[in-house]
Design a protein around this ligand. Sequence first.
Ligand SMILES: [Zn+2]
Length: 394
Amino acid sequence: MRATVVTGEWSPRAGARLTDEERAGHWALDATTAWRHPRWQIGERETPQLRGPTDVLVKVRAVGICGSDVHLFETDADGYVLLPYRVRLPVVPGHEIAGEVVEVGRDVRDVGPGDAVAVQTLHHCGRCAACRAGLPSHCSDAEDSGFSIDGGMAEYVLSRESNVRSLDPLRDRYDESDLYAIGALCEPASVAYVGMFLRAGGFLPGGTVAVHGCGPIGLAAVALARAAGASRVLAFDTEIARCKLAEQVGADTGHHLGTLRDAGDAVADVILQSTRGAGVDLTVEAAGAAATVLPDVERSIAVGGKVVLLGSESGAAPLQTMAYMLRGASLHGSIGNIGGLDPVIALHAAGRIDLRPIVSASYDLDDGVEAIRRAALRQDAKILVLPNGGARPA
Ligand SMILES: [Zn+2]
């Protein structure tokens, strides 16, 4: 089959803390410590085959490019990838996947050939302490399609019954191509859902929300905050187009950081003015720039407020601990989307959220390298690759 394949050089940094298992298997829980000189190419890859009774083979119809994919494309000055996450190369990237089921194992009950599905890519182990505690997104022994096993920038991807979700509920409201675009968007949207509502505990109806960073996860956070009954949703981004998108999907105001800076207005002051000095009940850090964002966040948390960290980055950020203590505020880290796909599909099916406007470009599979290059410019909200036809001119 045709596929985008990422290869690289296994070259652990001096002093890299890798386990014997990682060294022997040439994989790293933190790819920045060992994978160097990544190369993205389009080529042939063996078509995956069903291996177990609950396996599901999916013909990929849409796959989103994520900031973490860009971090597996870009490198630091020494040539190491920027992605602080589990990676085994070579790999087919792509973890925001929707497609059509083509074949199922003999024990699969809930989906069959022809069904449209969204694919949840983390294959959690079910045995580790995190899985036993009901936090499978934080599994310590997982494989993840698109990072440590093959993902969706290919004609086909192998999944399993417990990892696919039917997109059938969307058929009343959306046509075939929108169905798959939404299916792919459900991954970043469910990352926002899990962080905001499952990990941080959400906010009460009438609460106020600030979203810092309007990439796909931030934009989904805006839409979810609106759907969940926020009285005020404020969004902030460096790109004017993304600020407009934030307003389109549910923000009261999408504030452009450059314009605020030119006017001498601090983000925290904008939030405080918009909330009559109270600050916001829920803050979402989706910019992956905590060092820049947190000083404003810390001045604009409501008493009892919650801050959820969703943006990935490998740097450090100073924390003003008293800001949290004085307001009885809490800080929540979250990664992954397990538990978020079903509600996000249901919200789309019910017409309560609509993330279609955030797709800004789509590419054929053979133009996958061009797609990742464009994503690296960081001007788009969401770029889709459509491996089995349907791409529209960018
Ligand atoms: Zn586990």
